[in-house]
Design a binder for this molecule. Structure first.
Ligand code: 76T
Ligand code: MG
Length: 214
């Protein structure tokens, strides 16, 4: 049967990247998406903004919602201090299978815990399952209609502390209007929009960075 796009992306990584070299894995995926098939990775333009925010925060505890093929997982994990791990959550088992292999190819498997499941189920379990009190950095890149319910869930579960940084992909395209309205109008967040473009296209998109004020 015909391969899937994530499987073809994995093949491109295995063919064009150097094992254990995260930057070469990032470049191989971007090349594949620009020259072969578009895919919903955060991409190089928004990825550079992600890099700068992660570097600025230098987080000890990290959560990513929406692994897909692991592109942003690799971007984040390659920047973490030694001993720091990130938890990434993926609902689609086929995506998770490819992501594990791409993360391993980059040599970052020891810095990543990939959990299969949905945010609604996992978020309330995080404290007991992973011994985490609060997150320093959260990257939202899963179903766009889950951004708002999930940020409220983070608050309810006490997973945010004064200074926790949430970075949301696709706030323009496909869009997360209710989430934007919430973080931009809530007195509990300081929000800032980083304009960019939808990965590998000229369409407008951007990232919203929101700092929890406690
Ligand atoms: O929709 C998007 N991504 C989310 C997504 C999408 C599908 C499946 C999953 C399954 N993974 C999943 C689900 C629920 C979950 N709960 N907790 C974890 C978790 C994980 C996740 C997206 C779309 C576009 C886009 C498409 C088309 C177009 F024309 C323009 C733009 C661009 C992006 O950058 C995007 O990020
Ligand atoms: Mg995205």
């Amino acid at each position: 049967t015909r391969s899937t796009r994530p499987q073809r992306m994995l093949k491109a990584v295995q063919k064009n990247a150097t094992k254990g070299n995260p930057q070469s894995v990032i470049s191989a995926i971007d090349y594949f998406c620009k020259n072969s098939e578009w895919a919903m990775n955060v991409g190089d333009e928004k990825g550079s903004i992600l890099d700068s925010v992660v570097t600025e925060v230098n987080p000890s505890t990290v959560l990513e919602l929406g692994t897909y093929c692991g592109y942003s997982t690799v971007r984040i994990a390659r920047l973490l201090s030694p001993g720091t791990k990130l938890i990434t959550l993926e609902f689609n088992p086929a995506y998770a299978t490819v992501a594990r292999q791409i993360i391993a190819y980059a040599g970052l498997q020891d810095k990543v815990t990939l959990v299969e499941g949905s945010s609604a189920d996992l978020i309330p379990q995080i404290k007991e399952r992973f011994g985490i009190t609060t997150f320093d950095f959260i990257f939202l890149d899963h179903w766009k209609d889950r951004y708002l319910p999930d940020i409220k869930l983070f608050e309810e579960c006490g997973l945010l502390r004064k200074g926790s940084v949430l970075l949301a992909d696709n706030v323009i395209c496909p869009g997360a209007p209710e989430y934007l309205e919430y973080v931009r109008n809530s007195p509990r967040y300081e929000s800032r929009y980083y304009p960019a473009h939808l990965e590998y296209t000229k369409a407008e998109d951007g990232l919203e960075k929101s700092v929890f004020l406690g």
